[in-house]
Design a protein around this ligand. Structure first.
Ligand code: C2O
Ligand code: CU
Ligand code: CU
Length: 531
């Protein structure tokens, strides 16, 4: 099976597109006013119609599974802009170039409100998919933004408050791939030599329907784990590849699960990119740690492999304690399946080992690809020495039966005084997860900032968490541009970011989607100087 069997060209929904197009024109003015844009000055290079709607897809043998899915059509621009993953609930891959202006006419055909967020992209406030912009069934939202990010693997998903977890779980997610001339010059493997791996875990009932029960106290406090691992919406796929190099784009699109990814034959994980694109140089690791929301790109060079051999992508065991609640630990079989209290479905524990996909090396092909020693250059204006002010400390806590950020739960429109930054400033933020743990409730959190990439400056870990950290450490990619960072229990993590370009209110939150939905999310405001 070649990659093109996985990914076939999109050829559906044309009738739907013209409907969305006409209906969109009514809401267009409203939305662009909101964005503070002059509608006439925005001439898109690419224009897409994107719809979220219920559908069904065959995932397991037997009954088809009811899912929610994004579909898209190109209204202006090359048809290759979107690439559908055939037989998958995932939304189409959207491919754009840095500098392009994109207009997306989004239609909500779901039975509830939703809004689309472009994870990792630097866009104006009204284009960021904040929950206050959620639209009801039958409504439209027009996005207009210029792609200013560097080349990288970004993604889009819903962001309605309280409902992000279930909406993503039902199937709403897709990749948004950006390329730029510097990346293109590297001639990285592409086309049939590019492998897409969106990793998600799901639980199905006996009739093949998705099961999502995060309302159990245990589940909502640790997050939801499924008992099957899906790659692009398929279980345990097998890829037939040739003896050459491949670029593998990985997204952890799971609600709560952490992966410790390794090749079964001890081939190193050659990481070339993280959330915000290419590293300065490739980084060889024994395994790759991928937290919810996080992306990475690796080069898999099969040129030294014999045809007829195979290898697996696996998740290795790691210490699961930082990902589980303190209560009811007796039910948790380390590295095994657990049966939770109150009838929760059996699920595969965080930290358990499992196989994800199989690669069969089947064709001999000569490959001339050589991985460059330098992939990108570091922008020295980002040097931490330039930062003189003290870090802005944001506490990560569990209190009043909730996960809190900065001592607070999510409020749709509120920004605390210490959540206001000035436009153009460079700041160090420190996520402090060392606070006193109530009932032993101190977990790891994948913390995410909207609207910008950052650098990770340092980690200070409490010795009591050293062993847990050690079980993931070598796979943690702190050396690139990031928008999502692992903060361990007992740890303070400092990041450096630059509040450029767009003023307004943006989110920062835990990307464990059950934590996010229970309020582990806050706004920060980028205020214009004197504004
Ligand atoms: Cu993928 Cu608010 O995040
Ligand atoms: Cu985001
Ligand atoms: Cu969290």
């Amino acid at each position: 099976m070649r990659r093109r069997d996985f990914l076939t060209w999109m050829g559906m929904g044309l009738a739907g597109a013209s409907v969305s197009l006409t209906r969109c024109s009514t809401s267009s003015n409203e939305t662009t006013k909101l964005a503070g844009n002059d509608a006439s000055s925005f001439t898109p290079d690419l224009e897409l119609a994107l719809t979220a709607s219920p559908s069904t897809v065959q995932i397991l043998p037997g009954a088809a599974t009811r899912i929610w899915s994004y579909s898209a059509t190109v209204m202006k621009g090359p048809s290759e802009t979107i690439e559908r993953l055939s037989g998958s609930y995932l939304g189409p891959i959207i491919r754009v170039q840095t500098g392009q202006k994109v207009r997306v006419h989004f239609s909500n055909e779901l039975p509830e409100a939703t809004i689309v967020h472009w994870h990792g992209l630097h866009v104006p406030e009204a284009m960021d998919g904040h929950p206050r912009f959620a639209i009801a069934n039958g409504q439209h939202y027009v996005y207009e933004f210029e792609v200013v990010n560097r080349a990288g693997t970004y993604w889009y998903h819903p962001h309605h408050h309280d409902r992000t977890g279930p909406q993503v779980y039902n199937g709403l997610a897709g990749l948004f791939l950006v390329s730029d001339p510097m990346e293109a010059a590297l001639k990285l493997p592409s086309g049939a030599e590019e492998i897409i791996c969106v990793l998600q875990d799901r639980t199905f009932d006996t009739n093949n329907q998705l099961v999502y029960q995060p309302d159990m106290p245990m589940a909502s406090m640790s997050g939801f784990l499924g008992d099957r691992i899906l790659v692009n919406g398929r279980e345990q796929p097998s890829l037939s590849l040739a003896t050459r190099a491949y670029r593998v784009r990985l997204l952890n699109g799971s609600n709560s699960r952490v992966y410790k990814l390794a090749w079964s034959d001890a081939t190193p994980m050659t990481v070339i990119a993280t959330d915000g694109g290419l590293l300065e140089r490739p980084s060889k690791r024994p395994y790759l740690t991928l937290i919810p929301g996080e992306r990475a790109e690796v080069i898999l060079d099969l040129s030294g492999h014999a045809t007829g051999t195979s290898l697996e992508l696996r998740s290795l065991p790691f210490s699961s304690a930082p990902f589980e609640m303190g209560m009811g630990m007796g039910m948790m079989g380390r590295g095994g399946r657990m049966m939770g209290s109150m009838g929760r479905q059996a699920s595969l524990a965080n930290g358990a080992p499992f196989s994800i996909l199989t690669i069969q090396v089947q064709r001999r092909e000569s490959s001339t690809f050589e991985l460059p020693a330098t992939l990108s250059s570091f922008d020295t204006s980002w040097q931490p020495e330039r930062i003189d002010q003290p870090a802005r400390v944001l506490d990560v806590q569990f209190a009043m039966m909730r996960w809190l950020l900065n001592g607070r739960t999510f409020e749709l429109d509120a920004v605390a005084p210490n959540e206001i930054v000035s436009l153009g400033s460079k700041e160090v933020w420190e996520f402090d997860n060392t606070g006193a743990a109530m009932m032993g409730m101190r977990l790891a959190h994948p913390l995410h900032l909207h609207g910008r990439q950052f650098r990770i400056l340092r980690r200070q870990l409490d010795p009591s968490s050293a062993a847990d950290w050690e079980s993931l450490r070598e796979g943690v990619t702190d050396d690139g541009w990031k928008d999502t960072v692992l903060v361990m229990p007992g740890e303070r993590v400092q990041i450096l970011t630059h509040f450029t370009r767009y003023p307004g209110m943006f989110l920062y939150h835990c990307h464990n989607l059950e934590h996010e939905d229970m309020g582990m999310m806050r706004n920060y405001r980028v205020a214009p100087p004197n504004g």
